[in-house]
Design a binder for this molecule. Structure first.
Ligand code: LMR
Length: 394
């Protein structure tokens, strides 16, 4: 009989080390298990209404009913997925002028990021990906798991809640030609702090001068200042530079979270090999993307009435977030910067002990780094939230 030690030694999986649970996703369960009536879910990034719900958007509901009615087969569509989805979405994302862009449907924004990372790893193995800190905790693992080294650069000063652009440029002094620069297109996660127009132009000049490839993560279009305004910085980079990668998510602006709807676009000097390589990589990663959510987006975008209703509901969602931002900014001097920032998130200068105490003593759930999802607040509970947080903001 094999002893336990011998079994361990022979295991194919003996090389694995224990992994912590994803801290952000774990918050969903922790909040759900809390029975306190006034608890606040400011954790994972999902839009919420005044009742704390994340409703299915009106146009999405109608399109889903149409899909059930019209769809006669679930037969395979192929690696490219829904033929019209990426083309219709491209109008929303890029406006006009998509000549040198290759787009493919992906399972969510994460799928798009991973596919883009795999494409770079295949084309330029060993290219370093530069990521500003703080960032979404899944960014670095996605690039590392695709085999690309990751380096971080400073980006944001938490204490003053402001972008530290000089520090960013200084750190990027170590980037080499052929490296990749990851950028948040709008509504920065977790800080809510977006670059100014002049800073974006400086980033474009830096990429050109140093031979860096911009990789733009655009996951919140429409939730900052509007559909076109939120895409303006990314569009400017595409005009200024010959090549770029854009990872896109429909999770938040179509409220399709669990359906996993995204797209990857690559702007390249030559588009031919890019498409073929994206398709072969996607084939080995997920073979074909999930259909339902992308078909719903396609139905919404190809129907003028549904498209208008989707845009109107998105406007209302954005207005709610920005009203909450203004109320928070006015509620405490240390929160004033939140009024100038955009999107769902703000990063509060709170240590892990304060985050833990707020959860324990007040039922306020936020990410471990002090990030709050502003949409999880209501005009009524903002004073309660601020009273809980204020002692830790001194
Ligand atoms: C978030 O940052 O809360 C969202 O992007 C959800 C996720 O997948 O982490």
């Amino acid at each position: 009989m094999l002893t336990h030690d011998l079994v361990e030694e022979r295991s194919f999986f003996g090389g694995l080390t224990a992994q912590p649970a994803d801290a952000l996703l774990a918050l969903i369960g922790l909040h759900r298990a809390d029975a306190r009536p006034g608890k606040m879910d400011l954790g994972i990034g999902m839009f919420r209404d005044d009742l704390g719900q994340t409703p299915v958007m009106r146009a999405v509901k109608v399109a889903e009913a149409m899909l059930v009615e019209q769809q006669e087969s679930k037969s395979y569509l192929g690696t490219e997925g829904d033929g019209c989805f990426a083309a219709l979405l491209a109008e929303v994302v890029f406006g006009a002028g998509t000549d040198r862009l290759t787009g493919v449907q992906t399972p969510g924004g994460t799928g798009a990021l991973r596919l883009g990372a795999e494409l770079i790893a295949r084309s330029r193995p060993g290219a370093t990906v530069w990521i500003g800190t703080p960032t979404w905790p899944n960014h670095a693992p996605i690039f590392r798991d695709a085999g690309l080294p990751v380096q971080t650069h400073r980006f944001f000063d938490v204490a003053s809640a402001a972008i530290d652009f000089d520090a960013m440029i200084e750190d990027l002094g170590d980037a080499q030609a052929g490296d990749v620069l990851l950028l948040h297109g709008c509504c920065h996660n977790p800080t809510g702090a977006d670059f100014s127009g002049e800073q974006w132009r400086e980033i474009a000049r830096l990429c050109e001068r140093r031979g860096l490839l911009p990789f733009i993560d655009l996951a919140y279009q429409g939730l900052g200042d509007g559909l076109d305004a939120d895409a303006a910085a990314m569009r400017g980079l595409l005009r200024a530079l010959p090549e770029a990668v854009i990872a896109y998510s429909c999770d938040k602006n179509f409220g399709l979270y669990r359906e996993r709807v995204g797209a990857l676009w690559v702007q390249s000097i030559s588009t031919d090999p890019v498409r073929g390589n994206l398709l072969t990589l996607a084939r080995s990663l997920w073979s074909m993307p999930p259909d339902h959510g992308a078909a719903v987006v396609r139905l919404v975008l190809e129907n003028a009435a549904l498209r208008a209703d989707w845009a109107a509901e998105l406007d209302a969602m954005r207005a709610r977030i920005n009203e909450l931002r203004m109320a928070l900014a006015a509620s405490h001097p240390r929160l004033a910067a939140i009024g100038d920032q955009r999107g769902m998130f703000a990063l509060l200068p709170l240590g892990p002990d304060a985050v833990e105490a707020l959860r324990r003593d007040h039922g306020i759930y936020m990410a471990g780094n002090g990030r709050i999802n502003i949409a999880g607040l209501t005009p009524e509970n903002i004073p309660i939230f601020v009273a809980g947080v204020a002692p830790y903001l001194a």
